[in-house]
Design a protein around this ligand. Structure first.
Ligand code: IPE
Ligand code: IPE
Ligand code: MG
Length: 263
Protein backbone atom coordinates (compact mmCIF):
# COMPACT_ATOMS: atom_id res chain seq x y z
CA UNK A 1 0.00 0.00 0.00
CA UNK A 2 1.49 3.34 -1.06
CA UNK A 3 2.28 5.74 1.75
CA UNK A 4 0.24 8.96 1.86
CA UNK A 5 2.35 11.77 0.47
CA UNK A 6 3.88 14.36 2.77
CA UNK A 7 1.76 17.49 3.00
CA UNK A 8 3.35 20.03 5.27
CA UNK A 9 1.18 23.00 6.27
CA UNK A 10 2.84 26.34 5.51
CA UNK A 11 2.42 28.99 8.16
CA UNK A 12 5.22 31.12 6.75
CA UNK A 13 7.75 30.23 9.44
CA UNK A 14 9.74 27.35 10.89
CA UNK A 15 8.26 23.87 11.17
CA UNK A 16 9.30 21.58 14.07
CA UNK A 17 11.27 18.44 13.25
CA UNK A 18 10.67 16.91 16.67
CA UNK A 19 7.47 17.43 18.65
CA UNK A 20 7.09 16.19 22.23
CA UNK A 21 3.68 16.04 23.91
CA UNK A 22 2.60 15.81 27.53
CA UNK A 23 -0.80 14.20 26.94
CA UNK A 24 -2.72 15.46 29.96
CA UNK A 25 -6.35 15.81 31.00
CA UNK A 26 -7.83 12.40 30.15
CA UNK A 27 -9.41 12.07 33.60
CA UNK A 28 -10.80 15.60 33.54
CA UNK A 29 -12.28 15.08 30.10
CA UNK A 30 -14.06 11.90 31.22
CA UNK A 31 -15.33 13.54 34.42
CA UNK A 32 -16.67 16.43 32.36
CA UNK A 33 -18.67 13.91 30.31
CA UNK A 34 -20.00 12.23 33.45
CA UNK A 35 -17.82 9.18 32.77
CA UNK A 36 -15.31 7.22 34.83
CA UNK A 37 -11.78 8.67 34.69
CA UNK A 38 -10.32 5.66 32.91
CA UNK A 39 -12.67 6.10 29.96
CA UNK A 40 -10.74 9.28 29.26
CA UNK A 41 -7.68 7.13 28.62
CA UNK A 42 -9.60 4.99 26.11
CA UNK A 43 -10.79 8.14 24.35
CA UNK A 44 -7.23 9.51 24.40
CA UNK A 45 -6.13 6.62 22.19
CA UNK A 46 -8.11 8.18 19.29
CA UNK A 47 -6.07 11.36 19.71
CA UNK A 48 -2.84 9.36 19.77
CA UNK A 49 -3.81 7.72 16.47
CA UNK A 50 -4.88 10.99 14.82
CA UNK A 51 -1.88 13.05 16.01
CA UNK A 52 0.60 10.30 15.08
CA UNK A 53 -0.90 9.93 11.61
CA UNK A 54 -1.13 13.68 11.03
CA UNK A 55 2.45 14.30 12.16
CA UNK A 56 3.72 11.48 9.96
CA UNK A 57 1.81 12.90 6.96
CA UNK A 58 3.13 16.40 7.65
CA UNK A 59 6.72 15.17 7.61
CA UNK A 60 7.51 15.58 11.32
CA UNK A 61 10.69 13.54 11.89
CA UNK A 62 10.11 12.53 15.53
CA UNK A 63 7.11 12.60 17.84
CA UNK A 64 7.59 11.79 21.52
CA UNK A 65 4.44 11.10 23.52
CA UNK A 66 4.48 11.07 27.33
CA UNK A 67 2.13 8.16 27.91
CA UNK A 68 2.95 6.99 31.44
CA UNK A 69 5.32 8.52 33.96
CA UNK A 70 7.31 6.60 36.51
CA UNK A 71 5.32 8.60 39.09
CA UNK A 72 2.02 7.43 37.56
CA UNK A 73 2.62 4.04 39.27
CA UNK A 74 1.43 5.89 42.41
CA UNK A 75 -2.13 5.95 41.00
CA UNK A 76 -4.75 3.43 42.20
CA UNK A 77 -3.95 -0.13 41.13
CA UNK A 78 -7.14 -0.35 39.06
CA UNK A 79 -6.20 2.72 36.98
CA UNK A 80 -2.61 1.51 36.46
CA UNK A 81 -3.93 -1.92 35.44
CA UNK A 82 -6.42 -0.33 33.02
CA UNK A 83 -3.69 1.81 31.45
CA UNK A 84 -1.35 -1.16 31.03
CA UNK A 85 -4.05 -3.27 29.36
CA UNK A 86 -4.89 -0.32 27.11
CA UNK A 87 -1.21 0.01 26.23
CA UNK A 88 -0.88 -3.67 25.29
CA UNK A 89 -3.99 -3.46 23.12
CA UNK A 90 -2.82 -0.22 21.49
CA UNK A 91 0.56 -1.73 20.64
CA UNK A 92 -1.11 -4.59 18.80
CA UNK A 93 -4.07 -2.72 17.21
CA UNK A 94 -1.95 0.13 15.86
CA UNK A 95 0.49 -2.03 13.91
CA UNK A 96 -1.35 -1.64 10.55
CA UNK A 97 -1.65 2.15 10.99
CA UNK A 98 2.04 2.44 11.89
CA UNK A 99 3.05 0.29 8.92
CA UNK A 100 0.79 2.15 6.46
CA UNK A 101 2.31 5.45 7.51
CA UNK A 102 5.92 4.23 7.63
CA UNK A 103 6.18 4.96 11.35
CA UNK A 104 8.95 3.42 13.47
CA UNK A 105 8.07 2.89 17.12
CA UNK A 106 10.53 3.06 19.99
CA UNK A 107 10.00 3.40 23.74
CA UNK A 108 11.97 5.29 26.37
CA UNK A 109 11.70 4.82 30.11
CA UNK A 110 12.22 2.15 32.77
CA UNK A 111 10.63 -0.40 30.49
CA UNK A 112 11.56 -3.28 32.79
CA UNK A 113 8.92 -1.88 35.17
CA UNK A 114 6.12 -2.54 32.66
CA UNK A 115 4.03 -5.73 33.01
CA UNK A 116 5.46 -8.64 31.02
CA UNK A 117 2.72 -8.74 28.35
CA UNK A 118 2.90 -4.97 27.72
CA UNK A 119 6.68 -5.23 27.37
CA UNK A 120 6.37 -8.19 24.98
CA UNK A 121 3.82 -6.31 22.80
CA UNK A 122 6.12 -3.30 22.84
CA UNK A 123 9.20 -5.25 21.76
CA UNK A 124 7.26 -6.94 18.98
CA UNK A 125 5.87 -3.63 17.64
CA UNK A 126 9.36 -2.11 17.79
CA UNK A 127 10.69 -5.09 15.86
CA UNK A 128 7.91 -5.03 13.23
CA UNK A 129 8.35 -1.30 12.57
CA UNK A 130 12.13 -1.00 12.85
CA UNK A 131 12.71 -0.90 9.08
CA UNK A 132 10.11 1.82 8.48
CA UNK A 133 11.79 4.96 7.23
CA UNK A 134 9.13 7.57 8.04
CA UNK A 135 8.49 9.29 11.34
CA UNK A 136 9.95 8.00 14.60
CA UNK A 137 7.23 7.65 17.26
CA UNK A 138 8.75 7.51 20.72
CA UNK A 139 6.51 6.47 23.60
CA UNK A 140 7.70 7.57 27.02
CA UNK A 141 6.60 4.72 29.30
CA UNK A 142 7.44 4.34 32.99
CA UNK A 143 9.45 7.44 32.13
CA UNK A 144 10.81 10.13 34.44
CA UNK A 145 13.52 12.61 33.52
CA UNK A 146 15.17 12.32 36.94
CA UNK A 147 15.06 8.53 36.64
CA UNK A 148 16.65 8.85 33.17
CA UNK A 149 19.46 10.97 34.60
CA UNK A 150 19.96 8.60 37.54
CA UNK A 151 20.04 5.57 35.21
CA UNK A 152 22.52 7.35 32.95
CA UNK A 153 24.70 8.39 35.87
CA UNK A 154 24.86 4.80 37.07
CA UNK A 155 26.11 3.63 33.66
CA UNK A 156 28.50 6.56 33.56
CA UNK A 157 29.96 5.65 36.98
CA UNK A 158 30.61 2.12 35.71
CA UNK A 159 32.32 3.44 32.56
CA UNK A 160 34.44 5.83 34.61
CA UNK A 161 35.55 3.07 36.98
CA UNK A 162 36.40 0.84 34.02
CA UNK A 163 38.39 3.62 32.35
CA UNK A 164 36.05 3.74 29.32
CA UNK A 165 35.56 7.48 29.87
CA UNK A 166 37.87 10.04 31.46
CA UNK A 167 36.80 12.90 33.70
CA UNK A 168 38.51 15.50 31.47
CA UNK A 169 36.49 14.36 28.45
CA UNK A 170 33.09 15.08 29.99
CA UNK A 171 31.01 17.68 28.19
CA UNK A 172 27.36 18.18 27.18
CA UNK A 173 27.61 15.59 24.43
CA UNK A 174 29.17 12.97 26.72
CA UNK A 175 26.20 13.44 29.00
CA UNK A 176 23.74 13.11 26.11
CA UNK A 177 25.32 9.74 25.35
CA UNK A 178 24.01 8.41 28.67
CA UNK A 179 20.36 9.33 28.02
CA UNK A 180 17.89 6.63 26.94
CA UNK A 181 17.86 7.58 23.25
CA UNK A 182 20.83 9.85 22.57
CA UNK A 183 20.58 9.89 18.78
CA UNK A 184 17.19 11.58 18.51
CA UNK A 185 17.68 15.37 18.40
CA UNK A 186 16.05 17.47 21.12
CA UNK A 187 12.38 18.44 20.75
CA UNK A 188 11.80 21.71 18.92
CA UNK A 189 8.26 22.03 20.24
CA UNK A 190 6.87 20.81 23.55
CA UNK A 191 3.07 20.71 23.73
CA UNK A 192 1.13 20.18 26.95
CA UNK A 193 -2.63 19.76 26.88
CA UNK A 194 -5.28 20.57 29.53
CA UNK A 195 -3.84 23.98 30.37
CA UNK A 196 -1.35 22.86 33.00
CA UNK A 197 1.81 24.97 33.28
CA UNK A 198 4.24 22.24 34.35
CA UNK A 199 6.74 19.87 32.76
CA UNK A 200 6.02 17.02 35.21
CA UNK A 201 9.47 15.41 35.00
CA UNK A 202 9.47 15.09 31.20
CA UNK A 203 12.73 15.23 29.20
CA UNK A 204 14.26 17.83 31.53
CA UNK A 205 17.67 17.76 29.84
CA UNK A 206 16.36 17.64 26.28
CA UNK A 207 13.83 20.51 26.50
CA UNK A 208 16.42 23.13 27.49
CA UNK A 209 15.63 25.17 24.37
CA UNK A 210 12.32 23.69 23.26
CA UNK A 211 9.50 26.08 22.47
CA UNK A 212 6.58 25.45 24.83
CA UNK A 213 2.93 25.51 23.78
CA UNK A 214 0.08 24.87 26.21
CA UNK A 215 -3.30 23.93 24.77
CA UNK A 216 -6.42 24.43 26.88
CA UNK A 217 -8.06 21.31 25.44
CA UNK A 218 -7.80 18.00 27.28
CA UNK A 219 -5.90 15.29 25.40
CA UNK A 220 -9.02 13.47 24.07
CA UNK A 221 -10.03 16.79 22.44
CA UNK A 222 -6.61 17.44 20.93
CA UNK A 223 -6.96 16.61 17.24
CA UNK A 224 -5.81 17.96 13.86
CA UNK A 225 -7.23 21.52 14.30
CA UNK A 226 -5.53 21.87 17.71
CA UNK A 227 -2.26 20.51 16.28
CA UNK A 228 -2.46 23.04 13.44
CA UNK A 229 -2.99 25.84 15.99
CA UNK A 230 0.17 24.74 17.82
CA UNK A 231 2.14 24.60 14.55
CA UNK A 232 0.89 28.02 13.52
CA UNK A 233 2.01 29.41 16.87
CA UNK A 234 5.41 27.71 16.54
CA UNK A 235 5.89 29.25 13.08
CA UNK A 236 5.86 32.69 14.74
CA UNK A 237 8.52 31.83 17.33
CA UNK A 238 12.04 33.23 17.05
CA UNK A 239 14.59 30.73 18.36
CA UNK A 240 17.75 32.35 19.68
CA UNK A 241 19.42 29.63 21.79
CA UNK A 242 20.93 32.37 23.92
CA UNK A 243 22.31 34.24 20.93
CA UNK A 244 20.88 37.19 19.05
CA UNK A 245 18.71 37.28 15.98
CA UNK A 246 18.11 40.35 13.79
CA UNK A 247 21.01 42.17 15.38
CA UNK A 248 19.98 45.56 14.00
CA UNK A 249 21.52 48.55 15.80
CA UNK A 250 19.23 49.71 18.60
CA UNK A 251 17.67 53.15 18.13
CA UNK A 252 19.90 55.81 19.68
CA UNK A 253 18.70 56.77 23.15
CA UNK A 254 17.29 60.30 23.19
CA UNK A 255 19.59 62.17 25.58
CA UNK A 256 18.52 65.71 24.70
CA UNK A 257 16.99 67.65 27.55
CA UNK A 258 13.51 67.41 26.05
CA UNK A 259 13.97 63.69 25.51
CA UNK A 260 15.05 63.20 29.10
CA UNK A 261 12.08 65.19 30.35
CA UNK A 262 9.68 63.34 28.15
CA UNK A 263 10.64 60.14 29.93
C1 IPE B 1 -3.07 11.97 31.28
O1 IPE B 1 -4.33 12.19 31.80
C2 IPE B 1 -2.76 10.50 31.11
C3 IPE B 1 -1.80 9.96 32.08
C4 IPE B 1 -1.13 10.67 32.95
C5 IPE B 1 -1.58 8.53 32.05
P1 IPE B 1 -4.59 12.22 33.36
O2 IPE B 1 -4.98 10.86 33.82
O3 IPE B 1 -3.43 12.83 34.08
O4 IPE B 1 -5.85 13.18 33.45
P2 IPE B 1 -6.09 14.34 34.51
O5 IPE B 1 -4.90 15.25 34.44
O6 IPE B 1 -6.23 13.69 35.83
O7 IPE B 1 -7.33 15.03 34.03
C1 IPE C 1 2.08 13.88 33.20
O1 IPE C 1 0.76 14.00 33.59
C2 IPE C 1 2.39 12.47 32.80
C3 IPE C 1 1.80 12.03 31.56
C4 IPE C 1 1.13 12.79 30.72
C5 IPE C 1 2.01 10.66 31.23
P1 IPE C 1 0.34 13.89 35.13
O2 IPE C 1 -1.13 14.09 35.18
O3 IPE C 1 0.86 12.62 35.71
O4 IPE C 1 1.14 15.09 35.78
P2 IPE C 1 0.85 15.95 37.09
O5 IPE C 1 0.70 14.99 38.22
O6 IPE C 1 -0.42 16.72 36.83
O7 IPE C 1 2.02 16.87 37.21
MG1 MG D 1 -2.92 14.70 34.65
Amino acid sequence: MARPKIERPDFGGPFPEHIAVIMDGNGRWARGQGLRRVLGHSEGVHSVREITTECARMGVKSLTLYAFSVENFKRPKAEVGFLMRLLSKFLVDERPTLMNNGVRLRAIGRLEELPKNALAALRETERLTERNDGMLLRLALAYGARAELADGLRRFARDLAAGRVREQDIDDETLRGYLYDPHTPDPDLLIRTAGELRVSNFLLWQISYSEIYVAKECWPQFRRPQLLAALEDYARRVRKFGGLVNDAPAPKPDTTRSGMRAR
